[in-house]
Design a protein around this ligand. Structure first.
Ligand SMILES: [Zn+2]
Length: 91
């Protein structure tokens, strides 16, 4: 049995929303919206991969920094996927 970490009420394992406090299971809370796995993959893996290639193609100092930054975002995304989703309570 899953438990909501915000209000500690018991939840159905398949449920991604807490019916009591309206917390949502997801990866990032951004401006009141909880981001799920597919959006996380797009924002932190696919988009950075695209900019990484763009940085490589630029073949200048800025391009190198873009590559480093995108690698960092990608690693963050992978880390979050490994850690799994958390409960977030949008206000
Ligand atoms: Zn709750």
């Amino acid at each position: 049995m899953n438990r909501c970490t915000v209000c500690n009420s018991e939840l159905d394992d398949r449920k991604k929303n807490c019916s009591r406090c309206h917390a949502t299971l997801g990866y990032i809370l951004f401006k009141g919206v909880v981001i799920g796995k597919s959006v996380l993959i797009i924002l932190e893996l696919i988009l950075p991969a695209f900019f990484f290639l763009y940085g490589l193609a630029a073949q200048n100092t800025l391009g190198v920094w873009v590559c480093y930054l995108m690698l960092l975002i990608g690693l963050l995304g992978v880390g979050q996927l490994i850690m799994g989703p958390k409960w977030h309570k949008p206000d």
